[in-house]
Ligand binder design. Structure first.
Ligand SMILES: [Zn+2]
Length: 219
């Protein structure tokens, strides 16, 4: 899943309006940010098999440190705990922790059975919504649309950066997603890892536009 995670990050602004969109993106995508780092380090592995699923050619061979259930729970506690220690805001810390876990749950919905319970676990889970393109588009499209609607309802732009930076971000995410779905398969796992690293820029983009928007009076 790609765009759905960003949808959840955008939507979370409505329940934690004081938390920057950059932090919300970071929490929602933390598992994939780590995954692309672990791919580069050779700690985790992915294989490209065109036609592996209707939606993605990726076979997630080994990713227990970024995508096991226990890793997601541990990272959620870490992110929520650090936020609470720094800011003393319990609700915001809880929302960030939930966002980390939401990534695993949404991946569970779409992935083939490949998500381990813990490193070394023989049990792998996945409900395989990726076996159907219409189902995948419905899930991810509605999550993203809901997130965009909630974020734009919760915040108002201060200036042109806040307005157009947000519009361009939404268009950019849709463009990347369309490229993933309908473009050529990636040339190799290293290319996937580097593209994954580029998602740090989306986190920074989130911080940037959030600085140029404020929480609406009605939120
Ligand atoms: Zn993931």
């Amino acid at each position: 899943m790609f765009i759905g995670h960003f949808g959840v990050g955008l939507g979370a602004k409505s329940v934690a309006p004081k938390v920057s969109l950059g932090s919300l993106f970071f929490a929602a995508q933390l598992l994939d940010l780590l995954w692309s780092t672990f791919l580069l380090l050779g700690v985790e592995r992915v294989r490209i098999v065109p036609g592996a699923t209707v939606v993605t050619p990726l076979i997630f061979e080994h990713y227990p440190f970024s995508h096991s259930l226990i890793a997601a729970l541990g990272l959620a506690c870490l992110v929520g705990g650090i936020h609470f220690l720094l800011k003393r805001k319990a609700v915001a810390a809880f929302v960030l922790a939930l966002l980390v876990i939401s990534h695993w749950l949404l991946d569970l919905l779409v992935h083939q059975p490949d998500l381990p319970l813990f490193p070394g676990s023989g049990t792998v889970l996945g409900l395989n919504a990726w076996s159907s393109l219409p189902l995948t588009l419905t899930i991810e499209g509605s999550l993203f649309a809901l997130g965009v609607w909630l974020y734009s309802r919760t915040t108002t732009h201060n200036d042109a950066v806040g307005r157009w930076g947000f519009v361009v971000l939404v268009a950019f995410l849709i463009g990347i997603y369309a490229g993933n779905l309908f473009g050529a398969p990636p040339p190799g796992s290293e290319a996937i890892a580097w593209v994954g690293q580029m998602q740090w820029l989306l986190v920074l983009w989130g911080y940037w536009i959030d600085k140029h928007r404020h929480v609406s009076a009605r939120a």
